[in-house]
Design a protein around this ligand. Structure first.
Ligand code: AMP
Ligand code: GLY
Length: 430
């Protein structure tokens, strides 16, 4: 089969890596890819948001199946457009994608379906948001409150404010456009601040059935000990002990089933990849956010464990037959450490020559996925984005997976390379 993957990050590199392992794959194209993806697929220079050009390309190349990586393409309705044109595509429909593209929509959806989440208020202006801050629902004036821009903001639209003064400045900097594109902040969501461990639960969904992937933990802050600025994610782990059987059963009962049934009842059955960002609070799991796609770098840590043919899974999603497919995962754990460019996340420096990728890739059970790389005129990899590489390893135990990943990290270097040395260490898992 000829496959087209839409996107250009480490996530898409991992998706293509999984697709290439299928005996059914004959050719893979990627719009628009990166330096590492170019080694295993044909990269085409079409933007993931240029849906007309992407469908023209899919016709011209007689693509059998398209897999959509990121939320921007999904929120623009790529899946609806491809399906209207008779092209086979995997991803959430535009209506289902509102679970990610509008935080107010997602919160109201959870309220309608009694899905546990933080208490919230939706405001249509900064004045209204500031008024709501004084409501008792968020605790006393000295307690933290979470300020979220309604729309897509590449992970920058959430501020956990320590008190009301910080919340007011977060609201103002979102609405003014200083922090994010102001269009994403025409509506503001305020949330009660929850306390607990965060876990990401991803699943394949076919509109009616779902199949869980191994639970993961992301490390979003740039600095060790979870300090400093928020990033797209500095590393992830998967480990069977992240969630107990009881916790998983509760998540399925109280969150996943009502979500899948709710979307179906509201006439936008959820097909594709559903990602739950959860806070495990003292009173049980709460949804922090829905994403309607694979996470980055969760995907890298997840897909290295996948044993089942990725194309078979895609076809089961398409045909509504996920319940008939046994999806198998390697036993054990995995770890993914992000290597980021100098000055990430503020203004990452690009153009630095990267050394050691080949040596690192030769290590046992280790894969180096590329996120922001490019080949220069001498055929050497250079940095070309904030997150540059995702060094990923598997092992029977988390400590060994981490050890493997960090050994490979030691092989790689460039001027100004940054990474966290404590990925997985705060999980409490040995
Ligand atoms: P989101 O993009 O909605 O997942 O938010 C990004 C990060 O903000 C999450 O991973 C949490 O660390 C934090 N966060 C979001 N909502 C809340 C909340 N209601 N309470 C505490 N932390 C939150
Ligand atoms: N790593 C978080 C995300 O992909 O949204």
């Amino acid at each position: 089969m000829k496959i087209l993957v839409i996107g250009s990050g480490g996530r898409e590199h991992a998706i293509i890596w999984a697709i290439k392992r299928s005996a059914r794959t004959t050719e893979v194209f990627c719009a628009n890819g990166n330096g590492g993806i170019a080694e295993i697929a044909e990269c085409v220079d079409i933007s993931p948001t240029d849906i007309g050009a992407l469908s023209d390309f899919a016709f011209e190349k007689e693509i059998d199946l398209t897999f959509v990586g990121g939320e921007n393409s999904l929120a623009l309705g790529i899946v609806d457009d491809f399906e209207r044109k008779g092209l086979r595509v995997i991803g959430a429909s535009q209506k289902a994608a509102r679970l990610e593209s509008s935080k107010a929509f997602a919160k109201d959806f959870m309220a309608r379906h009694d899905i546990p989440t933080a208490a919230y208020r939706v405001a249509g202006s900064s004045e209204e948001a500031i008024e709501y801050l004084h409501e008792g629902v968020f605790g006393d004036e000295g307690s933290p409150v979470v300020v979220k821009a309604d729309g897509l903001a590449a992970g920058k639209g959430v501020v956990v404010a320590n008190d009301r003064a910080e919340a007011v400045s977060a609201i103002e900097s979102m609405v003014s456009g200083e922090l994010i594109d102001a269009r994403a902040a025409d509506t503001i969501v305020l949330e009660e601040c929850l306390v607990g461990n965060e876990v990401s639960v991803l699943m394949f969904a076919d509109g009616e059935h779902f199949a869980l992937m191994p639970a993961t933990r992301d490390h979003k802050r740039i600095g060790e000990g979870d300090t400093g600025a928020n990033t797209g994610g500095m590393g992830t782990i998967t480990d069977p002990n992240l969630l107990s059987k009881e916790q998983t059963a509760t998540i399925i009962d109280k969150i996943i089933k009502p979500t899948i049934e709710g979307a179906k009842a509201e006439d936008y059955p959820f097909k594709g990849i559903l990602f739950l960002g959860l806070m495990m609070t003292e009173s049980g799991p709460r949804v922090l956010e829905y994403n309607v796609r694979f996470g980055d770098p969760e995907t890298q840590a997840i897909l290295v464990n996948l044993e089942t043919d990725f194309i078979d899974i895609c076809e089961s999603i398409e045909n509504g037959k996920l319940d008939k497919l046994l999806i198998e995962w390697k036993e054990g754990s995995s770890a993914c450490v992000i290597l980021a460019a100098e000055n990430y996340p503020k203004s990452p420096k690009s153009g630095d020559i990267i050394k050691g990728i080949e040596t690192a890739s030769r290590r046992e059970d280790t894969v180096v996925f590329h996120a922001g790389t490019e080949l220069n005129e001498n055929g050497r990899f250079i940095t070309s984005g904030g997150r540059v590489l995702a060094v990923t390893a598997t092992a029977s135990r988390l400590s060994n997976a981490l050890h493997r990943a960090y050994k490979a990290v030691n092989d790689i270097s460039w001027d100004g390379m940054q990474f966290r040395r404590d990925i997985g260490r705060t999980s409490g898992i040995k």
